[in-house]
Design a protein around this ligand. Structure first.
Ligand code: ATP
Ligand code: MG
Length: 562
């Protein structure tokens, strides 16, 4: 029975633990693996959460188990329905589903409260009247135990005070409920940790029903146990809290005994992965919103052009480790490029256009070329692109005179191919008084239709992309670079706002794109030949005002480490 539920592929350390638990004689022999993803609804999900999502949902999936979605809303401040909805949308977009198992931690407040009363009655918790400052001063040091004058107060007295705490008789900060564990523990989380504090605050779901709120370390194991979670997978900062998690599971009367396993948090260079910092970027207007395409949030990545497949592939390949490490942003981009190279249809667009006039092409004539949508996917079919005497090409595909290694357009230069159309040779150009090139002139070879000359001669110049001026659509194109120029803006006490890259966004407003792109939808991703992968901006693009985001350039700066 348990055998069948083993993950088929190579095991990471979490799976190795789970295998042990499911094996004959293991703690969960014969049980179905049940995990949960517990976001705090105080911000949008970011790429770090994707790692946790892939581990929580992915592990359950591998074992044919279940994964719950639980809003960790035990803290009354800062919560917002906007976030709750966005979190659900983002998780579905990534391709994970919690079925009908969507929960709010705050729905368990009553059960938590009962657990607390129980602990008091068992002599395992007491009401403490130290102020937060006093508590800090009396917490002791390594080798010096913590002290608390209220530790031995009779259970009935604690019970009475705790009930009055709940009834709202005492102000914030005047009392706490503490677990009675071990004042001399080397693990400070076990030195009579606080389980409840008084906080007269409105809760977004509970309203004013409560003025005492449970601490995370007390609430979380209870939530897990009430939902029948077998494996509570969380990031490494909770490792030192595990003994307390186990203590709660052991001493409270709960329907099941979940096991906590920690994995390393994901860090990525050139960005920050903390909701608090991301929120500051939004609130201070450093970015246009949570979904600014430069943000490492899921909605930002989606708007930028990322696919669920690329993000999940990234999370799978960075692996599940036990020690924190930073992954290169370039690797995330590498995963996107890999996906889009396979799936994105090809189109032509010119970002910095200059007019190219074919002096020997009859004025008023035009023709259409069939062009394949994807070089390796015949099933994607072909489309027609129009061609006429006047075209647009990239300004940097031209130089007024020859330069070393430059094999594109310059007067008297080599023959070049216009992608899929004709062979041309540059014969001249026009510039304005400032020297800016306003027009390039070239002659085309009528016997090279489709791009290859009839006589089979070798073409020495490059193949360049182009757009027919007669049918081109004007578009805005947004090019993005790292949001932070500092590779490690998230570290220590660095002021991350000082690390922002002033050149993270470049907006080009007079780009020329082929007519077929007028129909582009945000979910469509394209490779613009020679330029990168792009998608229509989901907020700003409209049929009469095309706006494209560059998801990623073509050049791969990721170097796999051997
Ligand atoms: P933040 O510091 O961004 O506010 P958080 O840990 O407070 O993050 P939660 O909403 O509590 O955010 O996170 C939900 C789950 O996602 C938790 O289990 C947490 O461990 C996990 N998680 C958050 N950030 C990362 C990360 N960078 N890498 C891996 N897992 C993460
Ligand atoms: Mg948190």
């Amino acid at each position: 029975m348990a055998e069948e539920r083993k993950a088929p592929e190579a095991r990471n350390f979490i799976e190795a633990f789970i295998d042990e638990d499911l094996a004959p004689g293991g703690a969960y022999e014969g049980m179905r693996v049940h995990t949960r993803f517990p976001p705090e609804p105080n911000g949008y999900l970011h790429i770090g959460h994707c790692k946790a999502l892939c581990i929580d949902f992915g592990t359950a999936e591998k074992y044919g188990g279940l994964c719950n979605l639980r809003m960790d809303d035990t803290n009354p401040a800062k919560e917002d329905v906007e976030y709750v909805e966005a979190i659900q949308e983002d998780i579905h977009w990534l391709g994970f589903d919690w079925g009908d198992r969507f929960y709010y931690a705050s729905d368990y407040f009553e059960q938590m409260y009962r657990c607390a009363e129980d602990l008091i009655r068992k002599g395992l918790a007491y009401v403490c009247q130290l102020t937060p400052d006093e508590m800090r001063q009396m917490r002791g040091e390594v080798g010096i135990p913590a002290q608390c004058p209220y530790r031995d107060r009779p259970a009935e007295e604690s019970l009475d005070l705790f009930r009055r705490m709940r009834a709202g008789e005492f102000p914030d900060g005047s009392m706490t409920l503490r677990a009675k564990i071990d004042p001399s523990s080397g693990n400070f989380n076990m030195r009579d940790p606080v389980l409840y504090r008084i906080h007269h605050a409105h809760h977004h779901r509970q309203g004013d029903a409560w003025c005492i709120y449970p601490m995370y370390d007390f609430a979380h194991p209870i939530e897990d146990a009430l939902e029948g979670i077998t494996h509570s997978l969380c990031s490494l900062e909770f490792e030192a809290h595990r003994p307390l998690y186990n203590w709660v599971v052991e001493h409270c009367d709960l329907p099941s005994k979940p096991r906590q396993i920690e994995f390393a948090r994901l860090g990525i260079d050139h960005t920050v992965l903390s909701k608090r910092k991301l929120r500051r970027l939004v609130e201070e207007g450093r970015v246009s919103g949570w979904d600014d395409p430069r943000m490492p949030t899921l909605c930002g990545l989606r708007r930028r052009g990322y696919t669920p497949k690329a993000i999940r592939s990234f999370c799978e390949r960075i692996g599940v480790a036990k020690s924190d490490s930073t992954v290169e942003y370039a690797f995330l981009e590498h995963c996107l490029r890999e996906d889009l190279n396979e799936t994105a249809q090809r189109r032509m667009a010119v970002l910095r256009p200059v007019k190219l006039v074919l002096t020997n092409y009859p004025a008023g004539q035009s023709e259409r070329f069939p062009v394949e949508n994807h070089p390796n996917r015949p099933e994607d079919g072909t489309r027609e692109v129009s061609f006429s005497r006047e075209l647009y090409v990239e300004a940097d595909d031209f130089l007024p005179e020859a330069a070393p290694k430059f094999k594109r357009l310059y007067p008297g230069g080599p023959e070049c191919r216009l992608k899929g159309a004709y062979v041309i040779r540059c014969v001249g150009y026009t510039a304005d008084e400032s020297g800016r090139v306003t027009e390039i002139q070239a002659e085309y070879d009528p016997d090279s239709r489709g791009g290859d000359p009839a006589d089979g001669r070798k073409i020495k110049g490059a193949t360049i992309h182009w757009v027919d001026a007669a049918t081109a659509r004007t578009a805005e194109v947004r090019l993005y670079d790292n949001l932070f120029s500092d590779p490690d803006p998230d570290s220590g006490d660095k002021d991350f706002l000082q690390c922002l890259n002033p050149a993270s966004l470049e907006v080009l407003t007079d780009c020329k794109v082929e007519a077929a792109l007028a129909e582009a939808q945000p979910a469509d991703r394209f490779q613009f030949l020679r330029l990168g992968y792009f998608c229509a901006d989901s907020r700003d693009s409209a049929p009469d005002r095309l706006v494209f985001n560059r998801a990623v350039s073509l050049k791969d700066s990721y170097k796999p480490k051997l």
